[in-house]
Structures are given as C-alpha cells and as structure tokens.
Design a binder for this molecule. Structure first.
Ligand code: CO
Length: 176
C-alpha cells in the first residue's frame, strides 16, 4: 500500500467525468488499498479515485455511524455507485481534501440510498444518513467532475473559519 498524492482543485482532472469500473481485478484492489491509506493519512471523511488522478468510478466514505475502534473499519468502498433514492434535506458545512482550508454551505438530502458494487464485483445496497449521506453525494459529485465549491450556497467567511478552527481547538482541549 502507498499514500498517493491528492490533486488540488486547480487540476483539470478533477473537472472530468470518470468512467465505470469494468474489471474487479488486483489493479482495482491496489487502487482501493492506496486510497484507504491516503484517506486515513489525510484524516478525511471521503475520497474519490479522480482525487488521486484515476478517472474511474470508485469512492471511499467514512461512515461514522458504524461503531468501531478504528476509522479503518468505518471505511466503505463504493464502486460504480448510483443514487436510487433520496429523502429530506440538510444544509451545512462541507469541505474537501482537494480544496484545503475552504468550507462552504451545501444543501444535500438527509438520507441517500445507493446501489454499488464491492471490490469483488458483488452488488449491494447502502443507505447513508446525515454526514454519511452528505459524504456519498460529495464523492459521487467528484465522479462527475463536480467540486463542492461550485454548488455551495456560499463559502464560509474568514471570521467563520476562525470560529470553526477555535471550535476544533476547544474539542482538542477537552480531550486532553
Ligand atoms: Co472532495
């Protein structure tokens, strides 16, 4: 496994459409393993293959509703994901590993049901709520060349970013 470089939003690759995965082979497994390592190292909630320069429909999301000791066990691999049903609406902060330091308000469905394939080509259904629904939509957008900043109602201001950072600092302080 290897940590891959995460492309930034000035890279044209991120605005391109990704193609479906057709072969569930060791090459795909290496890509997914590398993406897992990259996601964990970057401390993110999701990662799409185009973010590491591969224009294939494969994404990882971290489902925080899964009770596990490690993030590793909360990672869900979604190959060729298709949204089949959405319900409700949520509006909130969103960020992206390809757009460091930028956050924006994005409206997403509250619940998203998808059909996807696992790394061995087996189809399954998955339902994500709240943060997980947001992550699924965000990552599928990447497969279609869409970055959240282009669909955000607005980006957070300098002051709001400082408040966000202060909040995170507070959290860290509480844990120590
Ligand atoms: Co992103």
């Amino acid at each position: 496994m290897a940590v891959r470089m995460i492309l930034k939003d000035n890279d044209i690759t991120l605005s391109k459409q990704s193609r479906a995965v057709t072969e569930f082979n060791t090459r795909l497994h290496t890509l997914l393993d590398d993406m897992r390592e990259t996601l964990i190292e970057a401390n993110g909630l999701g990662l799409a293959a185009p973010q590491v320069g591969v224009l294939r429909r494969a994404v990882l999301i971290v489902d925080l509703s899964i009770e596990a000791e490690t993030v590793e066990k909360q990672i869900i691999e979604l190959i060729n994901p298709e949204i089949i049903k959405t319900s409700g609406e949520q509006s909130g902060n969103e960020g992206c590993l390809s757009v460091p330091g930028v956050y924006g308000i994005v409206t997403r469905p509250e619940t998203v049901k998808i059909r996807a394939f696992n790394r061995f080509g087996k189809a399954f259904y998955y339902t994500g709520k709240e943060m997980t629904a947001r992550a699924i939509c965000h990552e599928i957008d990447h497969l279609n060349g869409v970055i959240f900043t282009s669909i955000a109602e607005r980006l957070l201001t300098e002051e709001e970013l400082l408040q966000l950072a202060a909040g995170n600092q507070q959290d860290t302080g509480d844990e120590e």
